[in-house]
Design a protein around this ligand. Structure first.
Ligand code: CA
Length: 233
């Protein structure tokens, strides 16, 4: 596969995968979905291809012949702003991907459906690029300034309690990702019984009233039933 400058403004996906069946299926499937696809079968190839193809997103297998996809993900996170979707083959790998701060934007587990993968790729590509150094996140009509601990909406300052700000900040630093109720409670209400989560729901409700146009039908702060919440840009 050769890397070409795409004149139609299509997004380039770099697949790092040593299993030929996956490479072939992804190459065809993602091309049909309108992506430019470039493929590497190991980390050394990926490093070279990264420079020539300048991908918008990397789909990265965990187990590669010349090293760990987890290490390469960390390397990409440290040296580029290119989002990475990790591909895991075992549930045990999911724990590693999620447990370590390797900077992956998302993950999928083999075997996955192409439709699911494409949905995740599109969702990741829609996310604004943020780095840990960013002190301000802007999306929709919201602007969150972490260092000043202020939130503005349509250029008006939104008055938030300390806990409300902390909760919004927790979601905002994981924009587009699900934050579980457990993580919310552990981070903000350390020691609170998990069964007593009304406090969390009250805070989410108040946040919605302050940041959503229609708090009953939230566009940004979404409830993931039985799991937690997700802040969407
Ligand atoms: Ca593999």
């Amino acid at each position: 596969m050769t890397a070409l400058v795409d004149l139609q403004g299509r997004n380039t996906i770099m697949i790092v995968e040593d299993e030929e069946s996956y490479q072939d299926a992804l190459n065809v499937g993602l091309s049909v979905e309108g992506f430019v696809v470039v493929g590497a079968t190991n980390i050394a190839e990926a490093r070279a291809l990264l420079l020539s193809s300048k991908p918008d997103l990397v789909l990265l297998d965990v187990m590669l012949p010349d090293g760990s996809g987890i290490d390469y993900c960390r390397e990409l996170h440290d040296t580029t702003h290119i989002p990475v979707i990790m591909v895991t083959a075992r549930t045990s790998e999911v724990d590693v991907v999620l447990g370590l701060e390797i900077g992956a934007a998302d993950y999928v587990t083999k075997p996955y459906r192409l439709r699911e993968l494409v949905a995740r790729i599109r969702a990741v590509l829609r996310r604004p690029i943020t780095t840990e150094d960013d002190e301000v996140i802007t999306f929709g009509d919201l602007r969150i300034d972490f260092s000043r601990r202020t939130v503005t909406r349509k250029s008006q300052e939104v008055e938030l309690s300390r806990k409300e700000f902390d909760l919004l900040a927790l979601f905002a630093t994981r924009l587009g990702q699900v934050v579980t109720r457990e993580v919310c409670l552990d981070t903000l209400w350390w020691g609170l019984e998990l069964s007593d989560t009304r406090t969390l729901d009250t805070h989410v409700k108040r946040l919605r009233q302050k940041i959503e146009d229609d708090p009953a039908n939230p566009r940004h702060l979404i409830t993931i039933r039985g799991v937690g919440f997700r802040l969407d840009a």
